[in-house]
Design a protein around this ligand. Structure first.
Ligand code: AP5
Length: 221
């Protein structure tokens, strides 16, 4: 399957992507995680991305599209992928369509995670991520690690993302509404959007997502 995950900051995209990718046997491709890996390795791309991310803005399309394309062309993504955080505006969605068309493949679904803004703020305020691998995500109240400040998965140090400050989150939400939300209509026009509520226990949302994707697949047959 080839799936795009969309939703506001803190909707639970990363949390759900890890589980869905494992169940569906496809790689989880997160442009946010790819940028954070570049930042921790202090690459030129990381330095450039950090200045945009810390301000809550989108990293320029040119570098983002090239990075996403490179990752999607890796052998593990040959038979499918779950994109998390890409595309994030209509021009990235158009670039993705062009890329897929060149390869003669299509997206199967765009999974839209809906969550109210006050919940987003609570989730982001308590989020802690792993320094070794930013796809290892915890929450001080909703999903606490067994040992405070230590990643359950790999023992890495947990920290609060630089772009999770209150001001930056407000900016990221504004960018989501103005630049990212329009891709939902873009994909609705292609009949690809499946919307679910991202409120409730994490396991329940995963179940909801898998059911919605299956229903969507059955409808297409
Ligand atoms: P990115 O890393 O993609 O961030 P985001 O889209 O803002 O999303 P988040 O990671 O904040 O939230 P999430 O939905 O993954 O939620 P999570 O699962 O962690 O992007 C960061 C930046 O990189 C962007 O601002 C931009 O600058 C740049 N960038 C990335 N892609 C780009 C692109 N394509 N183009 C240009 N720039 C790009 O969950 C949040 C918290 O809630 C966690 O603590 C979790 O434990 C908790 N939680 C999850 N589910 C539940 C639940 N059901 N109940 C209670 N708590 C829950």
């Amino acid at each position: 399957m080839r799936i795009v995950l969309v939703g506001p900051p803190g909707a639970g995209k990363g949390t759900q992507a890890v589980r869905l990718a494992e169940t569906l046997h496809i790689p989880h491709i997160s442009t946010g995680d790819l940028f954070r890996a570049n930042i921790s390795q202090q690459t030129e791309l990381g330095k450039l991305a950090k200045s945009y991310m810390d301000a809550g803005n989108l990293v320029p399309d040119e570098v983002t599209i090239a990075m996403a394309k490179d990752r999607m062309e890796q052998p593990d993504a040959e038979n499918g992928f779950l994109l998390d955080g890409f595309p994030r505006n209509v021009s990235q969605a158009e670039a993705l369509d062009e890329l897929l068309e060149t390869e003669g493949i299509k997206l199967d679904a765009v999974l839209d995670l809906e969550v109210p803004e006050d919940e987003v703020v609570k989730r982001i305020a308590g989020r802690r991520i792993c320094r070794k691998d930013s796809s290892h995500v915890f929450h001080v109240t909703y999903s606490p690690p067994k040992k405070e400040g230590v990643c359950d998965v790999c023992g890495g140090e947990l920290y609060q993302r630089d772009d999770d400050s209150e001001d930056t989150v407000r900016k990221r939400l504004e960018v989501y509404h103005t630049q990212t939300e329009p891709i939902i209509d873009y994909y609705k026009a292609q009949g690809l959007v499946v919307t679910i509520s991202s409120l409730g226990p994490v396991d329940e949302i995963t179940r909801r997502a898998l059911e919605a994707l299956k229903r969507d697949e059955d409808t297409e047959k």
